[in-house]
Design a protein around this ligand. Sequence first.
Ligand code: NAP
Length: 277
Amino acid sequence: MTLFVIGKPINHSLSPVIHNFWIKKYQIGLEYRKMEVDKESLPSLIEKVRKKEITGLNVTLPYKKDIIKYVDEISDTAKDIGAINTIFLKKNKVYGENTDGIGFTNALEKQAKFNFNDKSIYVLGAGGASYGIISELIRKKVQTIYVANRTKQKTIQLIDYFKRKDKSLNFKFADWENLSPNSDVDLIINTTSFGMMENEFLEINIKNLKDTLILVDIIYNPKETELLKFFRKKGFFCMNGLSMLIEQAAVSFEHWFNISIGNKEIEEVKKICEKSY
Ligand code: NAP
């Protein structure tokens, strides 16, 4: 029996480093591997989970949405987001879950002692990661969610999507061409992939920001995007995406093996990851 992370491309994935460390630690006697797959292979992989030939799957880009149609059931969280990243057998049904959002909030709560309740959050991006994080922000009862995205239409779609579920949610449209968060903002999250390439610098006007503002860039490779470097130099508390990656992995691990990963094991694997790239 094996576990796989599937996607295309998949070479960059740090998930095997994380899961194999915990698998070894708990003497589970399995191996977690990466597998680059085409869309056509998705149904047969799900069948292998059903037949217990595969213990579980993580799913990454570009299949987080496409694979939903092949599983039997998905969680309420996954329904909110419209994407899954973790698959396992539950009561003989192939079950899909999304652990990205909870991975993000766990990371912030632990690393920055951040309490989401009643906070104002400024979210950059309206792709898959943004939906995952926003669905969790809503669950945590934040006060206001500002959203800015390069493609304006996708910002409108995202706000409509969540407002259709709950009209009372306090969303505000922010202009991508003029990113200028107000002094009420407690947390800025970059969920776009802008910043992964060298010299990609997202310009944000910081003149209104409060000293206690936190910046999170969920990109983890490079370790510090230009945006993160800029905010760190200006004295703000900053975090990259590695803690989120590890926290979302810990939630997947618990689904597969019913083992809760503690803070010590999170920190151990973080050090290993940091050295591995
Ligand atoms: P996605 O669904 O493809 O969305 C990409 C987002 O990035 C969209 O908002 C897109 O804007 C924006 N974008 C892409 N290129 C841009 C550019 N040149 N200028 C401005 N905006 C640009 O991808 P995703 O799944 O949300 O992932 C986004 C990032 O999050 C990736 O870097 C991924 O590695 C990272 N991530 C990290 C974790 C973690 O655990 N740390 C988990 C999930 C994802 P448009 O709508 O205008 O195209």
